[in-house]
Structure formats: C-alpha cells, structure tokens
Design a protein. Structure first.
Length: 378
C-alpha cells in the first residue's frame, strides 16, 4: 500500500477524500475478489489513479457498499467497482510481478537464498498470469507492460556517465502511458487516449526519478545501480526534470475531456507536485552524515509485518508506527494534520470554490489543495 501519491486529509475536501478512499478500497476488493486475499498486498496508492481516471471520464460513478474493514474502523463504506478498479488491479499485479521477478533473479535481500528466490519467481509468475487474465477480460494486452519492464535491465547496462537519466525512465514511461491511455477506451472516450498517454508517460518519469532519489543513499552504499549515480546527474538537474514533467502532466490533462475532473486533477497535479516537494525535501543533502540505520528487513518478513499492520489498522490509526521494511518512524495516515501549514491563503481565482479566495495562482505550491470545484483555475 505504497506509492508517490499520498494525499493527506487536509489537502482534499471531504467529498474528494471519500472518493479517493472509495477507489483505494475498490482496488483492494478487486484484487481480493478476482485473485484471492494474498493479491491484496499489491494494493498501492499510484495504482488507484487508473481507477480514478476511468471514473473521471465516465458518465456516472459505479459504487457498491462493502462490509467492515479495520482501515475504516470496522465501518461499511461505498467503494468503486467496475472496469476502472479491474484495470487498476491488472496493472498493479503485472508491475508487482515484474518487480518481484527482478529481485529474485538478482538475488536481492532474502532472494539471495535459492529456495526463496524460487518462491519469489513462482509468486511473480502467478501475479503475471492473474494480471494478464484480468487485462484480457477488459481487452487490455498486458504484454506492453511486461515487455517494457523487461527492457529495463538491458537499458541500464548501456547507460553511463554523461547520458541522460531519461534513457533509464523510458520503460516506466511506456508502461504508465499504456495504462493511462486505455482508461479512455474503457470510459468510451477514445479521443482522450493521446493526451492521457502523454500524461501517463510523464507521470511514469516522475515516479521513476523520485524512486531513484529516495534510493540514492542506499544504492551508493551498496553499489547498486541507480540512474542518477550512473549518469552523474545532480539533484538540481533531477529536480528540474521532475518539475518539467509535473508541468507536462498538468498541460496534458487540460486536453482531456472529463465528466468530473476534480479528483484526477487533485491527484495528478497537486499531489504529484507535493510528492516532488516531499521527496527532494527529505533527501536535500545526500552527502551529509547520516544517523546509523537499523538493518532493513527482507521482503518476505516486511510483507508479513505490513499485512498485519494493514489489517489491524496500525498504519492508519496509530499516531506513529515503524515502517515494516526500513524500520523508520512513519506518521499514521489519519494523523497527518500538519502537512498543509504553509499555504498563503491567496489561491486560484474567482471560481467560487471553497479554496479559491483572492488572487490567481499565487504559486505557494500548497494552495488549492482542498479545491472541490470543477473549474480549471489551479
């Protein structure tokens, strides 16, 4: 249940927050209903964007009432259903399978054991089959995703100092472009496909670069391959590439014909921008001395602990919890109240929405985050 799009409750209006949770729960239920309980471990924040995009282009939202869940304080709730949640599940499974297979083949962490590496390969193969089956039922060929991911290793071997890090992000860009583009087909708006492919391509670029920034210190220490280290790209250039891509996503979405763009705009414009701010702020000086870190748990142990914490509501309800893998202190999702304190209060324009009072795009990078209108002002 991870990803770069992590909205706090202060940046979304009540209506948009409920819609976001409906898509998150819808993805989780789609994985469980079609592929069993274990498949729910691939639930992630970024995958639900696929479901959001399908609904944003559709004439009406498809919902059903789901039963009690620990993450909802054992309360029933309306969740998203239909082709959007299914496509999100298919994409999440295929990409997760590729990642697990890559770790198993490289012998990373727990996969250094031949027996566990074999288990990892079997899990990856199962998820790939399940994702392909769901994709086929929707008319979506997941081969484009698997082929893109499989090209990654070959590309990395050919990249060296002085090359652009964007050479390494191409497979991720291709995979996300295909997934974003197909949401237009499912929603019955094929004219949106090209613009959404561009938005998806740039979203994938941001995701890949932010992952490289987050892993930079660990990769430098372990000698693992990292696109920023391999190409000699500094933080300023990486930040410029991310900012340009975020702007590109915003511009591409302006070309898309939506029925209701509010949540898609909030996630893919404002929350994507917030993700870039957050990651670069947390890793502003990678060469500075770091406090000793506890040993990182292996993939299987971390997944087991994460599943327990997820099912018992600790990630949501506790004020702080220890990350299942790196053991760092994390703030509970329901206690992130101080993430919007730097807003200048002079946002957007005069569209009349709840967050638009006063000026026009003041540029404080924290404004308009709770905007719940359907304008195009922020």
């Amino acid at each position: 249940m991870f990803g770069i799009i992590r909205p706090c409750r202060n940046r979304l209006s009540t209506q948009l927050r409920e819609a976001w949770l409906a898509h998150l729960c819808g993805l989780c239920h789609a994985l469980r209903d079609q592929h069993g309980q274990f498949a729910r471990v691939v639930t992630n924040y970024d995958g639900l964007v696929i479901s959001v995009l399908v609904e944003a282009q559709s004439e009406r939202a498809s919902r059903r009432t789901a039963g009690p869940c620990p993450l909802r304080a054992m309360l029933p709730a309306k969740i998203s259903i239909g082709s959007g949640a299914q496509l999100a599940a298919a994409v999440s499974l295929v990409l997760a399978s590729a990642k697990v297979r890559d770790h198993a083949e490289d012998g990373d962490g727990a996969f250094a054991s031949p027996r566990l590496a074999g288990v990892g390969r079997r899990v990856a193969a199962r998820w790939a089959r399940q994702g392909a089956s769901t994709g086929d039922s929707l008319g979506f060929d997941t081969t484009v995703l698997t082929e893109a991911v499989l090209r990654q290793g070959e590309l990395e071997r050919g990249i060296g100092a002085g090359d652009s890090p964007l050479l390494a992000t191409e497979p991720t860009e291709t995979a996300t472009a295909a997934a974003f583009s197909y949401t237009a087909v499912l929603a019955g708006r094929p004219g949106n496909a090209d613009a959404l492919a561009e938005a998806g391509r740039l979203f994938g670029r941001v995701a890949h670069l932010l992952d490289a920034v987050e892993d930079l210190a660990a990769d430098r220490a372990s000698g693992a391959w990292n696109p920023l280290l391999a190409t000699g790209t500094d933080f300023d250039e990486a930040r410029r590439l991310c900012d340009d891509a975020v702007l590109g996503v915003r511009l591409a979405l302006k070309e898309v014909e939506f029925t209701d763009q509010r949540l898609a705009h909030a996630l893919l414009v404002h929350e994507l921008e917030a993700a870039v701010d957050r990651v670069f702020a947390q890793h502003a000086d990678p060469t500075a001395p770091q406090a000793p870190e506890l040993p990182r748990r292996n993939w299987f142990v971390g997944c087991g602990i994460a599943s327990f914490m997820f099912c018992t509501g600790q990630m949501c309800c506790r004020k702080e919890y220890n990350d299942p893998w790196d053991r760092k202190r994390r703030q509970g999702f329901c206690h992130r109240d101080n993430c919007c304190t730097d807003c200048c209060g002079d946002c957007c324009g005069e569209c009349g929405c709840r967050a638009c009072e006063g000026g026009m795009n003041c540029g404080c990078r924290s404004c308009c985050r709770s905007c719940d209108c359907d304008c195009d002002c922020c």
